[in-house]
Ligand binder design. Structure first.
Ligand SMILES: Cc1ncc(COP(=O)(O)O)c(C=O)c1O
Length: 489
């Protein structure tokens, strides 16, 4: 006789009904070989007495097993484990040990280039990677637009399968917005909406790269890009980045020696150093792409925030021959959790990217895409972006003054023309790793910068994001740093 009383553990406080818990556990006993095909189960009265349950609960649990086909009833004789259940080798089922395992029973490969820390928003004082201030996001306006999607219109269209390329309203509005503010010449056919810009980068790498293709990237750069190149089988070759952006002369030298398939750039605000690619280098890069036939993957992840007069127009705006695949994002403009990004490219490439996107994500989030489209249409997005730009501009100035006045000599930096973070390099006798650890104990989080070090090099630098903190919070954060660095100042 199977010791039902000790093997079956029911939790009367759980939200799952008792009869379902019982049915699941009987099923597990069958799967683990404790109960075998053709074995007779106790009568409902007997099991009810044994488990101190109502008889109807046992009847319901057996009915569930009968409906699912792993029990069968024989007229006048009772309930049995179904005869067709294959024989299992009995295993010890220790009711006290967790059923879930940490290791699967099969082999799989861990790709070393994917082993990168995932940055998350921190509560408390923070100098983050360059995240926006979520408190500024137009939540009221967004939720109003979101609600209207649920209230009005045809539910078949609103909640059914839609266009893989994204909601038509946002594609149309983005097309107007990009043409008006960034000098692009798009129609909605040139736009694929994605979940954040990282999905756009992924799709572009998957479609454009063949194994072994060379992709040139500025050193040092954003790991999200290199990981995607590697995942697509591309070979990363780096060129230096100086205060004027990627060294395009070095690129010209490289491309004269070997074929290059793609160049990945963040020309507006290079990641992580926040420098802007100089005008002459932009033109030269485009000329080289046209001459040698390589694609330019332009990542313009935080375009909206540039503090010098007008933002510099993207490379894509000067692209006459279709060499640029332009990737942008709403995650820095609104808030990271709103995972909306986009790719701008010739329509034939957009079609192919959408075909690939379809097999991992049938479509995006039409509710959110619609709501953002509404905000562009009614002007709320423009107002939000203007306000956020003014706020971040003031915070950048405040923060840079603080660094200069409170931490003289400890940190070297150039006031960035745009973006949401300062690239700070510490004096060689200051160890940012130890400092980040100590700061964490004082309630201030910032990244230790190790992730930015190219192999075998120590840049001793990190990104200190200023946008997500108010002036008061920035002051408190810098005072924590000053306190910790005091003995060295
Ligand atoms: C350079 C760069 N590109 C792209 C992204 C990805 O942004 P998204 O949230 O749109 O995927 C980031 C994120 O911080 C980034 O730093």
């Amino acid at each position: 006789m199977v010791p039902f009383k000790s093997l079956i553990q029911l939790d009367k406080t759980a939200s799952i009904p008792i009869y379902l818990q019982l049915s699941d556990q009987l099923n597990q006993l069958i799967q683990s070989g404790q109960l075998v095909a053709g074995q007779r189960l106790p009568g409902t009265r007997q099991l009810a007495a044994l488990l101190e349950l109502h008889r109807q609960t046992i009847v319901a649990a057996y009915d569930e097993g009968l409906a699912q086909g792993w029990l069968e009833s024989r007229a006048g004789s009772g309930t049995y484990v179904a005869a067709h259940i294959p024989q299992q080798i009995p295993q010890r089922l220790d009711a006290t040990s967790p059923v879930s395992q940490t290791q699967p029973g099969y082999a799989f490969e861990t790709k070393p280039y994917l082993l990168r820390p995932v940055l998350t928003n921190q509560a408390g004082l923070r100098l983050d990677d360059g995240f926006p201030d979520i408190r500024l996001a137009p939540m009221e306006e967004l939720s109003r637009a979101y609600r209207s999607y649920f209230r009005w219109g045809n539910p078949q269209q609103h909640f059914g399968y839609g266009d893989t390329k994204g909601h038509p309203l946002l594609r149309e509005q983005l097309s107007y917005h990009l043409n008006e503010t960034r000098g692009l010449r798009t129609t909605p056919d040139n736009i694929l909406l994605t979940r954040g810009s990282i999905m756009g980068l992924h799709l572009a790498c998957q479609v454009l790269l063949r194994p072994g293709d060379i992709v040139v990237i500025g050193e040092t750069t954003w790991a999200g890009a290199t990981m995607n190149v590697q995942q697509a089988g591309g070979r990363v070759v780096t060129v230096p980045v100086d205060p004027h952006g990627m060294d395009v002369d070095k690129l010209a030298e490289l491309v004269s020696q070997q074929p290059i398939r793609m160049v990945y750039v963040t020309p507006h605000h290079h990641y992580p150093t926040a420098v802007t690619l100089r005008a002459d280098r932009r033109l030269r890069l485009l000329q080289l792409a046209e001459k040698h036939g390589f694609a330019i993957l332009e990542d313009d992840y935080d375009y909206d925030f540039h503090y010098l007069s007008r933002p510099i127009l993207p490379l894509a705006s000067a692209d006459r021959k279709g060499m640029v695949v332009y990737v942008g994002s709403m995650t820095k403009s609104v808030a990271p959790a709103f995972r909306i990004g986009y790719v701008v490219a010739p329509a034939t490439l957009i079609d192919e990217l959408a075909r690939l996107r379809r097999i991992i994500d049938r479509q995006g989030d039409p509710m959110l895409e619609f709501a953002l489209g509404q905000l562009f249409k009614n002007g709320d997005m423009k107002r939000h972006l203007r306000k956020a730009l003014r706020t971040y501009h003031a915070r950048r100035d405040w923060f840079c003054d603080l660094l200069t006045n409170e931490l003289p000599d400890a940190i070297q930096f150039t006031k960035p023309d745009g973006g949401l973070a300062v690239w700070a390099t510490f004096r060689p006798d200051i160890d940012p790793e130890a400092l980040a650890r100590q700061a964490g104990r004082e309630g201030l989080s910032f990244a230790n910068g190790l992730a930015h070090n190219p192999p075998g090099q120590r840049l001793n630098g990190t990104r200190l994001g200023f946008a997500s903190s108010t002036e008061t919070e920035l002051t408190q954060s810098v005072l924590v740093l000053r306190k910790l660095l005091h003995p060295l100042l």
